[in-house]
Design a protein around this ligand. Structure first.
Ligand code: AHR
Length: 337
């Protein structure tokens, strides 16, 4: 009996010793936290189908503008954007500002703004910036600091004026006097073209007078009539620089009524619309400086980049040329605007 008790004790001792030998010495490692699920890969790349773009158009004052509106609308359709918020400010800055504010309220993705005039945009651009909505300035320029908007897409208006001046320098090598029928006062297009014209016009050519026709046919007619009351064509002035084709067509109406014939005066216009081409075919314009309104594709491409946080060019200038009467009849049928 004693022996068997001893035997059991020995067995228990051996088992306990073995267990003690295998026991971990260090404190057990804390249980591992379950791995947080890896964040889903960034699948938020935006497409045209996500895009709501605001285009507060400045007006419908010219064939150029009509073509610009068509380009914006047709491209929206073609790309299948979610929504185009389009409005017509009827050449009034207050209407454009109200339209931009409505777009900010609506939380559009991008605002593409063709500003009627250069000044007076700081407050509303700041509101867009505060709301995190990028603004692309389209066509004409603004005087606001470039940090207030994402980019500008449009024509080099100063270069257009310079090109017009070079045409007069060629046509009036012995000098003379010209009239200027200018665009909307304070607009980037009128300011730039006037500046460029003065930059390059030869010193033997004087600018006899300059008045605005607000970029419209209707307003150009009385301005030209008033010029013709004051100055004798061919004697007091030899040429007219006209800031757009629509005003050129209005001016032709007044010139015809006053008995002026095609070719009596040197006339250079800007835009290159079908109306301008027709005026070259008919012998009224000696040159038409191109200003391209078909900006839709560039605007949407840039807007999509901005929606995706991609870098964009701060300044995109349209590549343009000068058209002359010799090719006008041939090119007229294929003009898109
Ligand atoms: O800003 C572009 C100018 O505006 C075009 O030359 C003119 O036709 C339009 O009204």
């Amino acid at each position: 009996m004693k022996t068997s008790v001893m035997g059991v004790l020995v067995v228990v001792f051996v088992i306990l010793t073995l267990i003690a030998g295998c026991a971990p010495v260090a404190a057990p490692a804390p249980a591992q936290q379950p791995q947080a699920a890896a964040p889903a890969a960034a699948t938020t790349t935006k497409t045209y189908a996500d895009m709501t773009l605001c285009y507060p158009q400045l007006g419908a004052e010219s064939d150029w503008r009509t073509a610009n509106t068509a380009s914006i609308k047709e491209t929206a359709e073609k790309l299948g954007i979610k929504q185009l918020v389009f409005s017509d400010a009827q050449q009034k800055q207050e209407n454009q500002i109200a339209a931009v504010r409505a777009c900010i309220q609506q939380k559009v993705d991008v605002i593409a703004l063709p500003p009627v005039v250069e000044d007076g945009w700081d407050a509303v651009l700041n509101e867009a910036k505060m709301a995190g909505i990028p603004v692309i300035i389209v066509d004409r320029s603004v005087s606001a600091d470039p940090s207030m908007y994402a980019a500008h897409i449009g024509s080099d208006m100063v270069l257009e004026g310079e090109r017009a001046a070079e045409e007069f320098n060629k046509m009036l090598p012995d000098g003379g006097a010209v009239l200027e029928l200018s665009g909307t006062t304070g607009s980037g297009a009128a300011v730039g073209r006037a500046e460029g014209f003065r930059n390059k016009l030869n010193s033997n050519i004087t600018i006899l007078d300059s008045q605005t026709g607000n970029f419209t046919r209707a307003e150009a007619v009385p301005v030209m009539q008033a010029f013709l009351k004051k100055y004798k064509p061919g004697e007091d002035f030899q040429g007219i620089f006209i800031h757009n084709d629509d005003m050129g067509i209005g001016a032709i109406e007044a010139l015809k009524a006053a008995g002026v014939k095609p070719g009596d005066l040197k006339i250079v216009s800007v835009d290159g619309t079908r109306g301008g081409f027709q005026a070259m075919v008919d012998g009224w314009f000696q040159a038409d400086v191109e200003c391209n309104p078909l900006l839709g594709p560039q605007v949407y491409e840039m807007a999509l980049k901005l929606m995706n946080g991609e870098p964009v060019e701060r300044e995109t200038l349209t590549n343009e040329t000068v058209y002359y009467p010799d090719k006008a009849a041939e090119l007229l049928p294929s003009r898109q605007y």
